[in-house]
Design a protein around this ligand. Structure first.
Ligand code: PGA
Length: 262
């Protein structure tokens, strides 16, 4: 007889830490397959964390196919806010869903600074992603001048307020916010766990005011900016920390596997 009481309850994915690999504009199809194959060989399922791989658009399909017998989820790095039409060069949220994405990174600081994305544009993209049943990974973060000018909370609050314009509590059933201080991205200088935790708690409290406490509690808040195998364990101990958005270190299978197994 099966003792049903001894079975562990199914894991609620939202309660698992979330580790996202943002490959940025790295890895053609061949290199993408190599990386995911190496990762599969290094990692033991169940992973104990939820892992999202966000390759460039051109590798999404191949990674989706290579991904079939793993529990990795697929994410994109951007999307456009219209579903289809004469928008040369853009890719819509429903197309990303169609290729197998569950997640989409929106409002990354490189999109904001290099491609002139405004808070209003990020807001439209968040609406489009939610309509296509994609989970947004909404990035916010201050630059060095803003931090030194003690404007961090002001900047984060403005990005949250504008990015979440007309987003309802119901829309936030499954939603991710990534705190990525611009000064920590790609610099090797990660925020300290105390610095990250302070901003994460600010974000959580602000969301509780904007919506309510259960909604704020449900939203996963990630830290991004020079996350490595050597700092992930300490960062994960920070207040209100639900995971990491990893750039450079996600391009190396050994390093990323260590981060996932933190
Ligand atoms: P990094 O990038 O880990 O290379 O600093 C993080 C990001 O931009 O998401």
């Amino acid at each position: 007889m099966i003792d049903e009481t001894s079975e562990s309850p199914p894991e609620n994915p939202q309660s698992l830490p979330l580790i996202v690999g943002n490959w940025k504009m790295h890895n053609n199809i061949t290199d993408s397959i190599k990386l995911i194959t190496a990762l599969k060989n290094l990692l033991k399922e169940p992973l104990g964390v939820e892992v999202v791989l966000a390759p460039p658009y051109t590798s999404l399909y191949s990674v989706a196919i290579a991904n079939q017998e793993t529990s990795f989820k697929l994410g994109a790095q951007n999307c456009y806010w219209e579903d289809e039409g004469a928008f040369t060069g853009e890719v819509s949220a429903p197309f990303l869903k169609d290729v197998g994405c569950d997640y989409v990174i929106l409002g990354h600081s490189e999109r904001r600074s290099l491609f002139a994305e405004t808070d209003e544009m990020v807001n439209k993209k968040i609406h489009a992603a939610l309509s296509a049943d994609l989970i947004p990974i909404f990035c916010v973060g201050e630059n060095l001048k803003e931090r030194e000018g003690k404007k961090t909370f002001e900047v984060i609050e403005k990005q949250l307020r504008k990015g979440l314009n007309d987003i309802t509590m119901h829309d936030l059933e499954n939603f991710v916010i990534a705190y990525e201080p611009v000064w920590a991205i790609g610099t090797g200088n990660n925020a300290s766990p105390a610095q990250a935790g302070e901003v994460h708690s600010f974000i959580r409290n602000f969301l509780a005011k904007l919506y309510d406490a259960p909604t704020a509690h449900r939203i996963r808040i990630l830290y991004g900016g020079s996350v490595k195998a050597s700092n992930i364990r300490d960062l994960m101990k920070a207040n209100d920390m639900n995971g990491a958005l990893v750039g450079g270190a996600s391009l190396n299978a050994e390093e990323f596997a260590k981060i996932i197994h933190f």
